[in-house]
Design a protein around this ligand. Structure first.
Ligand SMILES: Nc1ncnc2c1ncn2[C@@H]1O[C@H](COP(=O)(O)OP(=O)(O)OP(=O)(O)O)[C@@H](O)[C@H]1O
Ligand SMILES: [Mg+2]
Length: 502
């Protein structure tokens, strides 16, 4: 039998032409080790860092450490059903969360699944949880105030829309209260709020949500919660999920406030994860990239340029300190990333100065330019006055004879401290804040006893509501003070009928 060369070469040609490369070994791997919420898989050669992978029982994971022979995967869910030898598949996607208005009023976990028992949220859109921050040209300087309704903040350390302001303090110093009251004050301010609770007790989150509901703030708020009982990966992801939900609104020209309560717990969760992934520990056993953990999150806060719709995303990260130590690792990192910090101090809190803001250690680096004119005018030197009062106060304790000027300063200082106190869940509109601070800096409170000041304030507000809506409207609408004669007259008239307590 003869071999026909042409026939064979034709056959080979045909084979080559029809050859299809559909080898997919690198898209499926095998679990070689599992434990503590971390899996190692062999064979996922093409997987990308941060890519979602799916285990054979449907649980999702996040590819984190890409090593030469294996991949370290963080498991996003129960890991007790996953066994050595199980298959794990690439999905080609990075992690996304559902976004959109449908989430308003809901409590969701960091995967965007509702946990408030009110059924699924009918969202249609998703966004990746990691996204690049807006670039330099897309931004604009902060020029609109974010009114917190808290006198001590709006007057001393004002926050602007698009700013990142750190709130820092020991445990139980009223941190969460600052966040909650700020959110309550956003009613009718054209703001959307996202409260990210990280590592908090479920009962605390429940109570906070209840406060939002009671004051009508839940309608414009999304609560993202990764409770203390959730695995570390979810606590680590929660802030990114929150900011992605916020970005959806920001890129649609809206104003968003995102509160991260708190980033210390997120850093601890990330430390746990990193140690389990066998990344080298650094200072305080945190991994080397813990700065990037927070900087890439907080850089996503922005005030967008008009060409980009003019939306904004304001970030209020919280950090808990140990015994007031703001020079620890995480606090110094976050202080250097943000545009200022509000320092809450326990001894102030326990001495009854609430909110316990330390004016000497608190600053706002950009918010001043966003303050309304009237407030800037009346509160201009308040922070310095207060700091010098604190200094004088400790000096005056020696009991030496004080001259008249010093007496007057101490007098004014004591009243300033009193004016800046504020109760729980009682935000005050900016025009009324301006009026009480105007009264203070113009000496109208100097002859009012310190213990009468709170009542003076409440009654002044009632009086203005009843008789001088014109002054309030002027401040609210133009951002400027009314005629000083008119304001002085109003305050004097009020003082005449103010009854001093016995
Ligand atoms: N301005 C205030 N006036 C009166 N009570 C306040 C004020 N601010 C906070 N509190 C009370 O102080 C307690 C602690 O407040 P909060 O939970 O806000 O502190 P925290 O620093 O967030 O605490 P934690 O460290 O537990 O998270 C709460 O019971 C709260 O009601
Ligand atoms: Mg708290």
């Amino acid at each position: 039998m003869s071999i026909k060369a042409e026939e064979i070469s034709a056959l080979i040609k045909q084979q080559i032409e029809n050859y299809q490369a559909d080898i997919e070994v690198s898209d499926v791997g095998t679990v070689i080790e599992i434990g503590d919420g971390i899996a190692r898989a062999h064979g996922l050669d093409n997987v990308m860092s941060g890519e979602l992978v799916e285990f054979s029982n449907g649980v999702m994971g996040l590819a984190q450490n890409l090593e030469e022979t294996n991949v370290g995967i963080v498991i996003l869910g129960p890991y007790t059903d996953i066994r050595e030898g199980d298959q794990v598949k690439r999905t080609g996607r990075i992690m996304e969360v559902p976004v959109g208005e449908e989430l308003l009023g809901r409590v969701v976990n960091p995967l965007g699944q509702p946990i408030d028992g009110k059924g699924p949220a009918e969202t249609t859109k998703t966004r990746p949880i990691e996204a690049a921050a807006p670039g330099v040209m897309d931004r604009k300087s902060v020029d609109e105030p974010l009114q917190t309704g808290i006198k001590a903040i709006d007057a001393l350390v004002p926050i602007g829309r698009g700013q990142r302001e750190l709130i820092i303090g020991d445990r139980q110093t009223g941190k969460t209260t600052v966040a909650v009251d700020t959110i309550l004050n956003q009613k009718d301010q054209d703001m959307i709020c996202i409260y990210v609770a990280i590592g908090q007790k479920d009962s605390t989150v429940r109570a906070t949500t209840e406060v939002f509901r009671r004051y009508g703030a839940l309608d414009y708020t999304i609560v993202v919660s990764a409770g203390a009982s959730e695995p570390a990966p979810l606590q680590y992801l929660a802030p990114y999920a929150g900011v992605s939900m916020g970005e959806e609104f920001m890129y649609n020209g809206k104003h968003v406030l995102v509160v991260y309560d708190d980033l210390s717990k997120q850093a601890t969760a990330y430390r746990e994860l990193s140690l389990l992934l066998k990344r080298p520990p650094g200072r305080e056993a945190f991994p080397g990239d813990v700065f990037y953990l927070h900087s890439r999150l907080l850089e996503r806060a922005a005030k967008l340029s008009d060409a980009k719709g003019g939306g904004s995303l304001t970030a209020l990260p919280f950090v808990e300190t140990q015994a007031g130590d703001i020079s620890a690792y995480i606090p110094t990192n976050v202080i250097s990333i943000t545009d200022g910090q509000i320092f809450l101090q326990s001894d102030l809190f326990f001495s009854g100065v609430r909110p316990a803001i330390n004016p000497g250690l608190s600053v706002s680096r950009v918010g001043g330019s966003a303050q309304i004119k009237a407030m800037r005018k009346v509160a201009g030197t308040l922070r310095l006055d207060l700091a010098s009062y604190r200094e004088l106060e400790s000096f005056a304790q020696f009991g030496s004879d004080l001259d008249k000027a010093t007496q007057a300063k101490l007098n004014r200082g004591a009243r300033t401290v009193e004016v800046l106190k504020q109760g729980l869940h009682k935000p005050i509109v900016v025009e009324k804040q301006v009026m009480i601070i105007y009264s203070l800096v113009n000496g109208y409170l100097d002859d009012v006893a310190v213990e009468d000041i709170t009542r003076f304030e409440a009654e002044l507000f009632d009086y203005l509501d009843a008789n001088h809506t014109d002054i309030l409207a002027k401040i609210r609408e133009t951002g400027k003070l009314a005629e000083s004669e008119q304001m002085n007259q109003a305050i004097e008239n009020f003082k005449q009928q103010f009854v001093v307590s016995q």
